[in-house]
Design a protein around this ligand. Structure first.
Ligand code: DGT
Ligand code: CA
Ligand code: CA
Ligand code: ZN
Length: 586
């Protein structure tokens, strides 16, 4: 965790604790400051070393907060925060992970029932003590009880978007070491699962000790969990990072083994057994002349192991892309002639069809966003700010008049930027609880693209959600179903429609299903993408970017689509802008 992240987390805790004690406005100031400290490009410890004025140069960081940051670096703690912690000794981070429990609730429940942990919260809800507290009722208590398991589970796994940068940083650090011949990520992170238990790394080296030593000395590691001869584990940014070190001739089989999933490995190993071969992390061995293949790890003649491709090849298989390794048909597909899909790649994307600007809740102008898209080499870019409607905060969203005004602003921005890119003017419209689109039809008809997303009533039951989304995808002006479930990974589950029914309706109506690449969403997920493609629906991989750098999230969406077996031809925004227009106009 960088020190900017560390200070930002501290300021966020400060905000929560102020809010818990009933303080107004100040919490918002602390949260804004936290956000800007996190995004600030200069290391906060350097600024703090120069003094308060230097820290206060950061946007939205006022003198009061700057002095607390300097205090933190000088003394190791912030006195006022310590006081807040002792006044309210509750694990506010764990408790607020429960949907429906905010800092104020934590404050009230501590005052009334001295609740400080998730276990205590659960017990109080089970014994119906919460409904007795003023301001709470039976319904609130039931909601809290329902949401505790999700919060508990969520705290165990890290979002892909938080773990992947840690893995990338560790990998490049290791790959640069002289003693390291080869390095690769493995485990669920190589399979691009949406949440990660721990990060797994594999290295080929014949000098294990110096590699372990360098790994535990990795500047981004916060603590060493264990250090052995062939493996070590550290904690970085709150995530466990496991490293294994193997010999070069075993690197491929170890990579295959530690990439998993377990179910995929079992299926591959059975295929080996059928061929009188033995597969493990040390290699692929011919055991046809061996009396007892279980006598040891390295029995028989080694037929593969140095490369992963070599292992699959020796089993008469094509190499299986890691995203497919979940034992969902990939083993038989890889064993047949060319039955594996030609998966979409990040480089195939030709544009983004769901982005925001400062006309709604984005942070940058239309021109800045177009420029950023053009710089990435995109051929097409859609401006799709929020329409006003249910679930959209205050006047963040655009009404029909503002949408018409924005059309002119988009034209002007296109002239100003003057880049070789096709710009589409669209909107992210809202799907209300019943599936109606809350922007006028005449306005929608004039737009190049309509992304329609659920932003409200995300707790509705499954049948209502199914009907809602079917009605939305069948709306004549809707082109893309945006983040279909509205889930926020580790934070709220979103709606749970009958996916097959929705994607069938989408395929019939020529409405694309979005894979929202924001790593907090990854919605639709891999399973839903697979169902959509099987139903014949088109996929759109969009970032929902609110800032230029968020266009870089595209890779998370692409790998999620790959987990759903998406080929390049399945993806709308991997097509030319003429083909995209044709799809939108149809
Ligand atoms: P995670 O970390 O929970 O997101 O999931 P993975 O898949 O990264 O699992 P992890 O970290 O426990 O182990 C990494 C890979 O190593 C796993 O995908 C398969 C392989 N592996 C580890 N232990 C075993 C085992 O006991 N049996 C088998 N067949 N494979 C294992
Ligand atoms: Ca793992
Ligand atoms: Ca692991
Ligand atoms: Zn949205």
């Amino acid at each position: 965790m960088s020190r900017n992240d560390e200070v930002a987390a501290l300021l966020e805790e400060f905000a929560d604790r102020l809010e818990a004690t009933g303080v107004e406005y100040k919490p918002t100031a602390y949260r804004r400051a936290a956000e800007n400290v996190r995004e600030h490009t200069a290391p906060i410890e350097n600024l703090a070393g120069e003094g308060e004025d230097a820290v206060a140069e950061i946007d939205r960081v006022g003198d009061a907060i700057a002095s607390k940051i300097v205090e933190y670096f000088e003394t190791g703690s912030i006195e006022e925060l310590e006081e807040l912690r002792s006044e309210l000794p509750a694990d506010i981070e764990a408790l607020t992970a429960v949907e429906g429990v905010g800092p104020k609730t934590v404050g009230s429940l501590y005052e009334a029932l001295e609740i400080t942990t998730l276990d205590e919260l659960e017990e109080a809800a089970e014994t119906e003590k919460i409904r007795e507290v003023s301001g709470f009722g039976a319904k609130t208590e039931e909601n809290i009880l329902d949401n505790i398991p999700f919060a508990r589970e969520a705290r165990k796994r890290t979002r892909l978007g938080d773990a992947r940068p840690v893995a990338d940083a560790a990998l490049s650090y290791l790959a640069d070491l002289d003693a390291v011949a080869e390095a690769e990520v493995c485990g669920s992170i190589r399979r691009w699962k949406d949440t990660i238990g721990d990060v797994d790394l594999l290295v080929a080296s014949d000098a294990r000790e110096p590699v372990v030593e360098a790994f535990t000395d990795w500047p981004e590691a916060d603590a060493t969990i264990e250090a052995g001869t062939g493996k070590a584990s550290v904690r970085a940014s709150g995530t466990r990072v496991d490293l294994r070190i193997v010999d070069g001739d075993e690197f491929g089989s170890a990579l295959q083994y530690f990439t998993g999933s377990r179910a995929h490995n079992v299926a591959v190993r059975n295929r080996a057994i059928d061929r009188d071969l033995k597969l493990n992390e040390y290699g692929l061995f011919d055991v046809s002349d061996v009396d007892d293949p279980d006598a040891g790890q390295r029995v028989g003649e080694r037929v593969a192991g140095a490369t992963e491709d070599g292992v699959y090849e020796a089993l008469d298989m094509e190499s299986v892309p890691p995203e497919l390794r979940e034992n969902n048909g990939e083993v038989s597909a890889a064993a047949a002639e060319s039955n594996l899909p030609g998966l979409v790649e990040t480089a195939d994307l030709r544009g983004d069809l769901h982005t925001h600007t400062d006309w709604s809740d984005g942070g940058f102008s239309i021109a800045e966003m177009i420029e950023a898209a053009a710089e990435r080499g995109y051929d097409v870019h859609a401006v799709t700010d929020h329409a006003a409607g249910p679930g959209i905060f205050g006047n963040t969203g655009l009404d029909e008049t503002e949408i018409a005004e924005q059309a002119e602003a988009v034209d002007e921005a296109v002239d100003v930027v003057d880049a070789d890119i096709e710009v589409l003017h669209g909107i992210e419209a809202n799907i209300d609880a019943e599936g109606a689109i809350t922007t006028d039809d005449e306005t929608l008809a004039d737009l190049d693209i309509v992304v329609a997303s659920p932003h409200s009533a995300l707790g509705q039951d499954s049948d209502a959600a199914t009907e809602r989304l079917i009605r939305a995808v069948e709306h004549p002006h809707v082109d893309v179903l945006g983040h279909p479930t509205g889930r926020i990974i580790n934070s709220r589950p979103g709606i749970a429609p009958d996916v097959d029914a929705v994607v069938e309706a989408a395929a019939a109506a020529d409405t694309a299903i979005e894979v929202n690449a924001n790593p907090a969403r990854l919605d639709a997920d891999g399973d839903a993408v697979r169902a959509a493609i099987d139903a014949g629906a088109t996929i759109a991989v969009d970032t929902d970017a609110h800032a230029p750098r968020e266009l870089d999230n595209a890779r998370y969406g692409v790998h999620t689509a790959r987990r759903g077996w998406a080929e390049t031809a399945d993806v709308l925004n991997a097509r030319s802008h003429e083909e995209i227009r044709a799809f939108l106009d149809a």
